[in-house]
Design a protein around this ligand. Structure first.
Ligand code: SF4
Length: 154
């Protein structure tokens, strides 16, 4: 998996203070996409074991308390990203007690395959669906267009 940006302290992408990772790779090609540069899977930088360790350490940093981890992109549930994302969310579960995980994807919840669902089993919130320009509403929280749904899973 490749990634474009990592923000160790972020107050914009999800509730509270968070760590946020924007991954590379998206097949949805939504007109009006805010993040076109992330579409290619091989764009950005390799997501290394060191980056994974850094995210775990940042989530556990007691000097700046984080509520959790946000995963966006690109699409964290692009089939080629799923193995790396699954490993990351498994580690957050095992090593970062009490931290929530939010994931943004262009797939809808009912479109997900079994591998993608394994990730969803371990996260707290899934914001799903393509961005639809005609349904864009700046008043919406955590989503860009009204077709997208904030699924509070657990
Ligand atoms: S799903 Fe998100 S990143 Fe992918 S094309 Fe649509 S708006 Fe862009």
């Amino acid at each position: 998996m490749n990634y474009h940006q990592y923000y160790p302290v972020d107050i914009v992408n999800g509730p509270g203070t968070r760590c946020t990772l924007f991954v590379a790779g998206c097949i949805h090609e939504c007109p009006g996409c805010y993040n076109k540069s992330t579409w290619r899977l091989n764009s950005g930088l390799p997501f290394t074991a060191e980056m994974e360790d850094r995210i775990i350490a940042d989530l556990n940093d007691t000097r700046i308390k984080r509520q959790g981890l946000s995963l966006s992109g690109g699409d964290p549930l692009h089939p080629q990203n799923v193995p790396s994302i699954l490993k990351l969310v498994q580690r957050v579960h095992a090593e970062c007690r009490g931290k929530d995980i939010w994931v943004w994807t262009g797939y809808t919840l009912d479109e997900l395959n079994s591998a993608q669902r394994e990730v969803v089993e371990l996260i707290n919130v899934l914001v799903d669906g393509k961005f639809v320009q005609d349904l864009k509403d700046p008043a919406l929280i955590w989503r860009g267009s009204s077709n997208q749904v904030v699924h509070r899973l657990r």
